[in-house]
Design a protein around this ligand. Sequence first.
Ligand SMILES: [Zn+2]
Ligand SMILES: [Zn+2]
Length: 240
Amino acid sequence: MRLVLDVVLAVTLLEASVLLYSVYLHRSLAHGALRFRPGVNAVLRFVAPVVTNAVLRNWCGAHRLHHRHVDEPALDPHSPRVYGRLRVLLLTPRLLRQFRRRTTPRIDLIAGDIPATWLDRALGHVLVGSVIQAWILQIFLPVLDSVGIVAATVVGRVLIAGSVNNLHGGRGNGPSTIRNSRLVAAMAWGEGQHAHHHVAPSELAYTVLWSEDPGGAICRVLVRSGIASKESTPLVASKS
Ligand SMILES: [Zn+2]
Ligand SMILES: [Zn+2]
């Protein structure tokens, strides 16, 4: 029974972190599709790195470069054509770290609007975030269960990130490795609609159907309820 509860908790935490990735890091910060109210943004700025294990500026900068240079060697951080499908599936966070080391000046330039203090960088470290999450969980659960749940969510996020960047399926438009997958979209709050997203990256939603892009549906609810506003000026255009 305890194992079932642990699995349910791990899946819940994993999906919560992927939702935060999709709505906050990806659609809001990286693409400016929506802007959260200042108070909400102040909380998300510190909660999101801990939960997603992402340094905000590094992730957004690398992602904006990915949009501009799909499948270009050295400029797309996680192209299956450049790095191979297995490496992208299993090692996307490592590829992103290596990419950041090689391209820090470009990342700072293209994502200069994203905060990058020492605290932002520390909170986004996988060890720091995992320790904080496990410490909070162990208030309610045995320590071993807490560590196991956090470790499972880290592995789950790696596989979901690898799957989104590594799709087989509908091509959308163009010859790149970018594809759509309803299965991955269902697991990742719409992020599997990768080809649709690249056509119009600053749109709130990737498709009009909420069932194909539940993250987009949540964005619409956030805008309607006043928690966020829809941006009219896109920060990043698709590859020109
Ligand atoms: Zn992409
Ligand atoms: Zn994007």
